[in-house]
Design a protein around this ligand. Structure first.
Ligand SMILES: N[C@@H](CCC(=O)N[C@@H](CS)C(=O)NCC(=O)O)C(=O)O
Length: 250
């Protein structure tokens, strides 16, 4: 009998979205266990992972990283869509792009988004508490200020670092835009792969795509400064590509 996996998340987290998207696309049964930031440590460590989410708990082991989760799904659930191409050279290309987005895009889109979101009490609580239940829900609102302090310190979020991260995001968007300039439908090969999924999921904090797997702030609630950034990224070739991946493949 197929067991239902447990996916431990901070629901709006874009690395969690990467894993959730792959699970949804493959039709693999799982139960999402949602926690707000900092409070998630107890569950991620308790399940056998580390301090970050996503953590996927399966009957064949615990996967504490989004890329490991995609690799695992590729090897264990290969009857429909496959995140990685069969052909070795294409697979290598997909893995290189995934690594680039994991390390050079994800941390920077997150810093840019949190730099704005941590200042907006209602938006922050609404995003972080979606799907969160019980004592974590009531305690998180009370603990908001120390949690924000820990998040700013842990992710080194301040005006100067957010400005530098914005430049890093623009660079990766430009690289992706150049790659797409010949009209190719996907980043690698002729079909949707882990490279496209990872780019679209990790770009999400600055694109706010429809069909994201957790509620994101709506445009009408954003500050004019953040709204202008979202518009900039949405209308870029790479941002349009991310939105198309969501529309057609999420
Ligand atoms: N390499 C990891 C990165 C995951 C990650 O950075 N997750 C963030 C949420 S977006 C997290 O759990 N941060 C909590 C912390 O560092 O305490 C992956 O791909 O899964």
């Amino acid at each position: 009998m197929e067991t239902t996996y447990r996916l431990i998340t901070i629901p709006p987290s874009h690395y969690c979205e990467k894993a959730r998207w792959a699970l949804d696309r493959l039709g693999v049964p799982y139960r999402e266990e949602s926690h707000p930031p900092v409070f998630h440590w107890r569950s991620s460590r308790g399940a056998g992972g580390g301090r970050t989410v996503p953590v996927l708990v399966t009957d064949r082991g615990v996967l504490p990283d989004s890329t490991e989760i995609l690799q695992f799904l590729d090897s264990q659930h290969a009857d429909g869509w496959r995140p990685y191409p069969e052909e070795a050279a294409l697979r290598e290309e997909v893995e290189e792009l995934e690594e680039l987005f994991d390390t050079r895009l994800g941390p920077h889109t997150r810093r840019v988004a949190y730099h704005h979101l941590l200042r907006e009490k209602r938006l922050f609580l609404d995003s972080m508490l979606h799907g969160v239940e019980g004592w974590e829900r009531s305690s998180f609102s009370v603990m908001r200020l120390p949690v924000c302090w820990l998040m700013r310190r842990g992710m080194r979020i301040n005006s100067a670092s957010a400005e530098r991260s914005l430049e890093r995001v623009r660079e990766v968007f430009a690289t992706v835009g150049e790659r797409l300039a010949d009209g190719r439908p996907f980043l690698v090969g002729e079909s949707f792969t882990a490279a496209d999924l990872t780019f679209a999921a990790l770009a999400a904090p600055v694109v706010l795509p429809r069909d994201y797997g957790a509620p994101l702030p709506s445009l009408t609630d954003l500050s004019p400064e953040l709204l202008a950034l979202i518009e900039e990224f949405r209308t870029s070739p790479a941002g349009a590509f991310a939105q198309r991946m969501y529309r057609d493949h999420r």
